[in-house]
Write a protein that binds this ligand. Structure first.
Ligand code: FEO
Length: 394
């Protein structure tokens, strides 16, 4: 990907990571991009960098426009290594004494990632930096999603460089929302569900703060995926909606795994019961669906129903993995239920139930367990459970 001019003097000089499929446990089936931005004003500024292994490609992109040594300032909106990993190589090339503007927590966190004694310039929220014709304004966004996170706003062009917020794990030569179209929204939603869901209350506060600042935004440039230029309000509105975690009426998700298809038979019967009363449920088997794809469904669902066989007196491993992952993302306002088949001890449905309860789920029914293979009566019990769930989400 060559540098892409995104406004008069602003370029995306980042890189596509076309073939990454696992981003610290998030399945990136469309790859991702590490966006970095170059502003060529009287002062030349690089906003964020890329993963360490792509440092030379970032330098190639910068070199296509200017001599990297002519960069005056570096802005680090976020310390995580997919945006800071290339800093040592970049600083070595442009000059170790060049100022790095970052939040106070950015200063602390960058110092703990890299041993170099760089020329850090910690900034406060609201502080500005003149580039000549243009002005940058810094907005701290602590815990969205790291303590160091901040936005940088190019005042005259009304461009918000939003770090991870509003991003999507999507690699493409097309770089704008109006080129990709509506197909980008599922990627943005999955990204929100897996990276930002647990910070939903902070997102609502941030949007409120930005609204009160009367910040006009013509373009949002996240550090991953496409740039929002046609309708930046669309992704802001979507974040507000997702952050409320209201769920979609009549929608449930059934997350399960199975050893000898008994728990799967139960899952399908529960789904049938849900459909019988006019609601919808998607059964998702955890060895077929990646946990990060399941979380995108969880975001939309009013009820999350979890099924696990009992293996060695405990949870099936993929179900334990999923429950741990979902717990960390702190979904809110969910109904829940638990089920599963067993051979002789049958602990899993109760363990699932207690885990969901500990996450604050409102449990619809006591755990449903079936020994060995569900017979007609057991299937009937699953159908009943499904109907209760369907009624509860409607
Ligand atoms: Fe894209 Fe939090 O790093």
């Amino acid at each position: 990907m060559k540098p892409v001019q995104i406004a008069g003097k602003v370029y995306d000089v980042g890189v596509n990571d076309w073939n990454i499929r696992d981003f610290h446990g998030y399945s990136t089936h469309m790859g991702t991009s590490y966006n970095a931005f170059l502003i060529l004003d009287e002062k030349k500024v690089l906003i964020d960098t890329v993963k360490a292994e792509y440092a030379d490609r970032l330098l190639d992109h910068i070199s296509g426009l200017i001599d990297p040594k002519s960069i005056d300032y570096v802005i680090s909106n976020h310390t995580e290594m997919d945006h800071s990993g290339a800093l040592p190589r970049i600083m070595h090339r442009i000059g170790e004494d060049k100022p790095i503007f970052c939040s106070k927590m950015g200063h602390r966190n960058l110092s703990r990632h890299f041993s170099q004694n760089w020329n850090y310039k910690p900034v406060e929220s609201g502080e500005t930096l003149s580039l000549g014709a243009g002005t940058l304004q810094f907005i701290e966004t602590r815990m969205l999603h790291w303590p160091d996170s901040m936005f940088t706003y190019l005042v005259e062009d009304k461009i918000l460089f939003s770090s991870d917020a509003f991003g999507q794990h999507y690699a493409g030569q097309e770089k704008f929302d109006d080129v990709v179209g509506a197909a980008i929204m599922p990627h943005a939603k999955k990204y929100f569900a897996n990276i930002l869901m647990l910070y939903a209350p902070l997102i609502l506060k941030l949007v409120d703060q930005v609204t009160r600042m009367n910040l006009e935004i013509d373009m949002i440039c996240p550090d991953h995926g496409i740039i929002w230029r046609k309708d930046p309000g669309k992704i802001i509105d979507a974040y507000v909606q997702w952050s409320k975690q209201e769920g979609i009426e009549k929608q449930a998700v059934i997350v399960y795994d199975t050893m000898w298809k008994s728990t799967e038979k139960m899952a399908y019967a529960v789904a049938e019961g849900i459909a019988e009363v006019g609601a919808l449920a998607r059964p998702m088997k955890l060895r077929q669906w990646h946990r990060s794809d399941v979380m995108a469904e969880v975001l939309d669902a009013k009820a999350v129903i979890v099924g696990s066989p009992t293996l060695n007196n405990g949870l099936f491993p993929t179900v334990a993995d999923f429950l741990t992952y979902m717990k960390g993302l702190k979904p809110k306002n969910k109904l829940g239920a638990a089920f599963g088949s067993y051979g002789w001890s049958g602990e899993s449905p109760k363990v699932v139930y207690e885990e969901l309860e500990s996450m604050g789920f409102d449990m619809i029914e006591s755990p449903l367990k079936v020994q060995y293979v569900p017979d007609k009566d057991a299937i009937s019990a699953c159908l009943d459970l499904g109907r209760k769930i369907g009624e509860a989400v409607s």
